[in-house]
Write a protein that binds this ligand. Structure first.
Ligand SMILES: Nc1ncnc2c1ncn2[C@@H]1O[C@H](COP(=O)(O)OP(=O)(O)OP(=O)(O)O)[C@@H](O)[C@H]1O
Ligand SMILES: [Mg+2]
Length: 161
């Protein structure tokens, strides 16, 4: 894959802080935005997504950890689709779920375990990689490919110091 257009990194020292980064992102999301989340089990992907959902004005009760379905639709300020590719084998299996019809559609997509099927991402997207660097500490690396994701990233995270 080509080099990202923009890369930024932040640290979180608590679940609450990760949630707050999510809220900030959720306020900025627009239909068509595609956000892939990458990181080991328990890295904080779902935690971040819950924050994003709050920032996008989704009722708290709606937000689940996508365990039984591949895609959960949420109704917020804009439609939000929360997907988890963990249990999928390959692109063909993903194709069969109808997920791809949502890409570039009426809502924003948040896709956990994007690294399982990287071809699921469109050309322009934001990839967030979470890494555990201590019991409650996480490193968040955000990489944007393309114009809109770069604008989104610039608006979301402060410049690296
Ligand atoms: N700084 C932090 N940010 C986010 N989560 C944290 C942080 N510190 C500790 N945690 C804990 O790490 C866990 C993250 O769980 P979460 O379900 O968000 O992970 P996940 O990446 O979605 O995992 P999975 O791949 O299993 O879906 C939670 O139990 C949370 O309380
Ligand atoms: Mg998760």
């Amino acid at each position: 894959m080509s080099a990202p257009t923009r890369v930024r990194m932040v640290r979180s020292s608590s679940p609450e802080e990760t949630h707050a980064w999510g809220v900030r992102l959720g306020r900025l999301l627009q239909p068509g935005d595609f956000v892939g989340l990458v990181g080991d089990l328990g890295a904080g992907k779902t935690h971040l997504v819950r924050g994003v959902a709050e920032g996008a004005e989704v009722a708290r009760a709606e937000v689940a950890s996508p365990t039984f379905a591949i895609v959960y639709p949420y109704r917020g300020r804009i439609p939000l689709y929360h997907a988890d590719l963990y249990r999928l084998a390959d692109y063909d299996e993903l194709y069969a779920t109808g997920f791809l019809d949502l890409v570039g559609g009426d809502g924003a997509l948040l896709v956990e375990w994007l690294d399982k099927i990287p071809e699921a991402a469109p050309r322009a997207f934001l990839r967030l990689t979470l890494r555990e660097v201590g019991e409650d500490a996480r490193e968040l690396v955000a990489e944007a490919w393309g114009e809109r994701p770069t604008e989104l990233l610039d608006a979301w995270l402060p410049e690296n110091r």
